[in-house]
Ligand binder design. Sequence first.
Ligand code: PGA
Length: 261
Amino acid sequence: MDNKFLVIANWKMNLGLEESIKLASAIKESYGEEMKKSKIVLCPSFTNINSVSQIVVDTAISYGAQDVFWEAKGAYTGATSPIMLKELGAEYVIVGHSERRANFGETDEMVNKKVKTCLEFNLIPIICLGEEYKDRKSGRQKQIIERHIRNILKDIKIKKYNQVIVAYEPIWAISTSRQGKPETPDDADDQQELINRILTELYNKDIVENNFKVIYGGSVNKENILGFAERENIEGVLVGSASQNAEDFVDLMNQINKLEK
Ligand code: PGA
């Protein structure tokens, strides 16, 4: 995968149509041209993907969805299939976000099926995983991370053209969670290194280098972005709250683009 620093904007269920159009337009205004060091991926709600796609068409900005179902077609009321996302030109899909796990009962087994489907349909999965606060407090985060990765990537073969993003996102670090404070860049870097090590065990060094990117998520904002972006093992960030306000997001991006990384 290229070595651009990836910035994924997770707008969650927060923005309506007009707000999504306005925000995408403001981001396009600043970053519609190819950026040397970074790449932006916008993830609006399903209902707004089409409108956002029309704004960022022919720009350097990519877009994706916040979820997908693992079947391509059928009697699955309310679900969105990978084919439908492809029709909208989406390239990326967030899978296994902790909010989907907590509110919709998603398990690693389900996330595994979603990743398989994404790869089959040539969508880039952004696999979210991370520990809860109680596990962090008892120092079990490494075991939890390892279990997630092994479960989610079980029986998944990576083909040459496949791309996979792994987003380490401790649940307690998400800005809207009860604790809501970011991981320290040092610890985040440490866990990313662990993730790289497990991936190398599952696949091999070449595959990890060419097909995977490991990123961090959880309370990333314009105040702390540099701390994360400067770390060796952090290849991008998944940004929730701070991506939903044009001024904050542009400030965050400006800082990344001035980096020498
Ligand atoms: P946050 O959200 O940046 O608001 O912590 C990140 C996420 O949930 O993906």
